[in-house]
Design a protein around this ligand. Structure first.
Ligand code: SF4
Length: 347
């Protein structure tokens, strides 16, 4: 593969159209080409049977397809399927399909590795390699959509951006991919079915508000006490809880959206009643929902699960403050389904 060539999926539809018209081609050719790339998920020019061969040859001298290939997959007894993808330059990242009674949710990655270094996260241990491009993120989603239809008999209903990487550290590529996923000329997914999760890059949360995003935002909080959050999420040393709260209030004022907080229960670390009080105090600044997540231990880590008694008391406190709270059971425990675990193992 010639890496000097530009990935054709990184052009927007209008850019591609202008490019073809500039080459002297008719506008309808651009429509055909866009359909192959964005609707049919073509992975090469050869597949494009209604595009004349001379034009395909010309385009393949200018562009390439930076496809992501599924190199390994594993299925859990609970139905969760995890896939290890590889980019053209041999970088590996993960995507997961999580089926439930009436839908399939894809959990997708936006970076290869991550530089945020959260103490409980296997991806953090991998270090950071590079951002995924918008074309690679789109192709990952398209591939998961195809896999969902093959395995479960229906396409993706929801997407959560909670896989490897911090999406707000790859802002432009992630938003470009989301725009493409939501375009009626492509997968046509409603932005309301997409949730982006961030560890709390405060200025970028404000940027999302200024960009008037229509997808959902969730904050990986995991502690509402600065000294504790500093330990488990180093990003808190740069953007502490006061800055994060300010960004969240700005986001809510501009978008009117309800924030979801993710709270990973770590036994003996963030699961006391004082932690629960700090959490409800922090989250009361705007309408919200709290998602309690049970911890998925991985080989060699120091964290453990919260016991059921502490979990129950914690949840009771949140409910007593009239905040909507749900418990997310860990899925795919038998297949290392938490973020980064599979890539770590295959590494
Ligand atoms: S939890 Fe998310 S932000 Fe933190 S290290 Fe893992 S991938 Fe990065």
């Amino acid at each position: 593969m010639d890496f000097d060539l530009k990935d054709i999926r990184q052009l927007s539809m209008s850019e591609l159209e202008s490019f073809l018209v500039g080459m002297g081609e008719k506008k309808f050719r651009a429509t055909q080409l866009c359909e192959w790339i964005w609707k049919k998920g073509a992975e090469s020019f050869e597949e494009m049977s209604n595009i004349p061969k001379p034009l395909r040859d010309k385009l393949s001298e200018i562009f390439r397809f930076a496809n992501v290939a599924c190199v390994y997959s594993v299925a859990s007894v609970d139905g969760t399927c995890k896939f290890l993808f590889e980019t053209a330059d041999c970088c590996r990242f993960e995507g997961v399909l999580i089926p439930s009674a009436d839908r399939v949710t894809a959990c997708i990655s936006t970076q290869v590795g991550c530089q945020m270094g959260c103490a409980f996260c296997a991806t953090g241990q991998l270090g950071f390699k590079r951002n995924l491009t918008s074309g690679e993120i789109f192709h990952q989603v398209f591939s998961l959509n195809r896999l969902s239809s093959e395995i479960f008999g229906f396409p993706l209903s929801n997407i959560v951006i909670m896989g490897m990487g911090e999406p707000l550290m790859n802002y432009e590529n992630t938003l470009a991919a989301i725009n493409m996923i939501c375009s009626s000329n492509s997968m046509g997914m409603s932005p309301q079915r997409i949730t982006m999760s961030t560890c709390g890059i405060a200025p970028q949360i404000k940027r999302l508000a200024d960009d008037a995003i229509r997808f959902n935002l969730s904050i990986s909080l995991h502690s509402a006490i600065d000294s504790k959050r500093n330990e488990i999420m180093p990003i808190n040393r740069k953007y502490n809880l006061a800055l994060l709260s300010d960004a969240i209030q700005y986001f809510h004022a501009k978008t009117g959206s309800r924030i979801t907080y993710e709270y990973l229960m770590l036994g003996g670390v963030n699961d006391s009643i004082d932690d629960a009080r700090a959490l409800t105090e922090f989250t009361k600044v705007s309408p919200c929902k709290i998602n309690i997540i049970e911890y998925n231990p991985h080989p060699g880590d120091t964290f453990r699960r919260t016991n059921s008694d502490s979990l129950e008391k914690f949840i009771r406190h949140i409910e007593s403050c009239n905040i909507v709270v749900t418990i997310r059971k860990s899925k795919g425990l038998d297949i290392a389904a938490a973020c980064g675990q599979l890539a770590n193992m295959k590494k």
